[in-house]
Design a protein around this ligand. Structure first.
Ligand code: PGA
Length: 254
């Protein structure tokens, strides 16, 4: 069995270094005993260096966004090279909350290429805003994948994971609940689309994670019944206890 990947997306939380350190301390404690689970935390970038600390442990770090240029006159932006330099390894690209702020498929594509070139692992988020019963939403997923991964060099295809996050199931204002069956159905579709973009073998092995109100209560059903390769966790990653529960569940799977 391949390792499950559990990623915490803290978004714009918490508001103090002290709280951030407390969460990380707790997560590191749980993660220290894990062998079958990859643990990644994506805190706000200002906390990154402090949280990573001096030695690389079992808790890996990532960021929630990145700019596509390496350096230069881009006020307020942070590049992949800088992120690598402080010791982070992952970057979330194309999160729906950034797309809502105007991020296009073309920009997502540029960010992915720049991040991969710098050696970061990309967590590409895809997901429809609305679910219809006729399957029209699948077209949305297909377009998102094709735009995000356009002209991707095949040798880079093992440098990314996909997070399938139906937008309507994300956050405290979620209007619905995704099921493990729904996830599985969409993950199969995503692999089918991927096999037209990258080579077939790579398309079969790219990890596909589930995200959207993932927590300790539903983690096992998405990982087992849904066959998810991991989870992208928002709110529940802000508590070392809740996130730790999810990690233990992932680790306990046969
Ligand atoms: P949530 O967020 O777990 O709070 O729904 C998930 C995400 O947006 O990545």
């Amino acid at each position: 069995m391949t390792k499950k990947i559990i990623i915490g997306n803290w978004k714009m939380n918490p508001v103090s270094r002290k709280e951030a350190q407390e969460i990380v301390r707790g997560v590191k404690k749980t993660a220290a005993n894990l062998r079958k689970t990859t643990v990644v935390l994506c805190p706000p970038v200002v906390y990154l260096e402090n949280l990573i600390g001096k030695k690389v442990g079992k808790t890996l770090f990532g960021v929630q966004d990145v700019y596509w240029e390496e350096k230069g006159a881009h006020t307020g932006s942070i590049s992949s090279l800088m992120i690598r330099d402080v010791g982070a390894e992952y970057v979330i690209v194309g999160h729906s909350e950034r797309q809502a702020g105007g991020e296009s498929g073309e920009i997502i594509n540029r960010k992915i290429k720049a991040a991969m070139k710098a050696g970061l692992k990309v967590v590409l988020c895809v997901g429809e805003k609305d679910r219809d019963t006729h399957g029209h939403y699948l077209k949305v997923l297909e377009v998102q994948l094709k735009e995000a991964l356009a002209k991707m060099p095949p040798r880079l295809a093992d440098k990314f994971v996909i997070a399938y996050e139906p937008v309507w199931a994300i956050g405290k204002d979620a209007t619905g609940v995704e099921t493990p069956e729904g996830f599985m159905h969409n993950a199969i579709f995503i692999r089918k689309v991927l096999s037209k973009i990258i080579n077939k073998k790579q398309a079969m092995t790219v990890p596909i994670l589930y995200g959207g109100s993932a927590d300790a209560k539903n983690a096992e059903s998405f990982l087992v019944a849904g066959g998810a390769d991991g989870l992208l966790v928002g709110r529940a990653s802000l508590s070392a206890k809740d996130f730790g529960e999810i990690l233990k569940i992932a680790e306990s799977l046969k």
